[in-house]
Design a protein around this ligand. Sequence first.
Ligand code: KIV
Ligand code: ZN
Length: 498
Amino acid sequence: MSEKVYVFDTTLRDGEQVPGCQLNTVEKIEVAKALEVLGVDIIEAGFPISSPGDFNSVVEISKVVTEPTICALTRAVEKDIDVAAESLKYARNKRIHTGIGTSYYHIHLKLKSNPEEIIERAIAAVKYAKKYVDDVEFYAEDAGRTENEYLARVIEAVIKAGATVLNIPDTTGYCLPQEFGEKIKFLKENVKNIDKAIISTHCHNDLGMATANTISGVINGARQVEVTINGIGERAGNTSLEEVAMILKSRKHLGLDTGINTKNIFSTSKLISGLMNMPVQPNKAIVGRNAFAHSSGIHQDGVLKNRENYEIIDPADVGISESSIDLTARSGRAALKHRLSRLGYDLKKQELDAVYEKFLLLADKKKDIKDEDLQVLIGKEENKVNQAMKLEKLQVLCGKSAIPTATVTLNFNEELFTETASGNGPVDAAFNAIKKLVHTRFKLEEFLVQAITRGSNDLGKVHVQIENKGRYYYGFAGNTDIITASVEALLDAVNKIV
Ligand code: KIV
Ligand code: ZN
């Protein structure tokens, strides 16, 4: 039986401090609901004294999210605590997170105080928060650079004052994993009544150690982890939720479990990066585009024989449908055969050898070989001139404060059909009109727009991938009008189904 590690998500507070990534209340509610589905235990919904928007978001999240505890951040200041308590008034389970700096830097250079006064202020803040809620978490800011003996005194004092959770932040991402683990162990062994509270980790990633430090913390007795989706946060970010959840899930010998519904990890990651306009780096562990993509011939062959040869996590466990085999100059015949068979072409050995030769020549010139390139290589490219469905006319209405609307006329074997639809943008509106016109059902899997050079008068290239009955079809088009190019690319793909 594994021991529970509580997941405290601070995407909406520490994560949202990233410049340019601020969310409005409606978006924050969407994120909070996704975090509830993901199964986090505590949502740090904001720092209510910091702005009316933050206050309002905590209020609204408290009304609609019922399962996790809703937490609000404060400084060790009475006014902050009053405002936090007010913002949490609708929360079913509520927590106030208060604290103060405890390192030499914070005590002397930031707060212009002294160690004894800091302990008094910490005690006073916890007691004050206790007037409003039972669940009070205390943070010793910059604990990573705080001497262990002094930290132990602060922690013992706040437990006595009523703190139920003790946050030991490595605010500046300074610690090494062994050091951070020893800090937690020191507190476990030297603080009176430490077992009456939960120790929490809150690690920043300045030296790329956030996840390692967090894991070292839980190995040494912490039972709450403070994390963000995609590891977003101040400077180099916070510990990423998905990494901790998957480490504890895949390294069972640790005997620890977060209870996260890991199958929701990928969709939550996409939601956050989309709303915050913050792309995930391709090689990011667990959720990066390349996390389950194999490109070298040896690896591709190994994965096709047995996924576990090169993967320690089943992509399905994090909500990714399957590993991907990218075709590059380093790919072997096995990968090429696999991709061709997904496109419906089962080639005999000799045919495959011939296509493979051509494939290598092309792959030397082009970094990533797409399905439409393969169609050309095997001489099966659809002749667009003979397509059953052609775009005859396209009219769009869009712009600031207009409802994007598109009217599409298609020529089906010399007969014209027209439909109008709206959408969340001109391309979406045009795609919706096409969906009304064609009876074949398909799902848009990928939509990629690229400019060939950098000028605004440039040709735009659009690639789309759609799925129909488990098979994938690519469409491509280029046009100086990007909406026309999008529609033609979609029709190119749909024509392949028809
Ligand atoms: O990094 C930090 O110390 C914090 C505290 C406010 C918890 O974010
Ligand atoms: Zn932080």
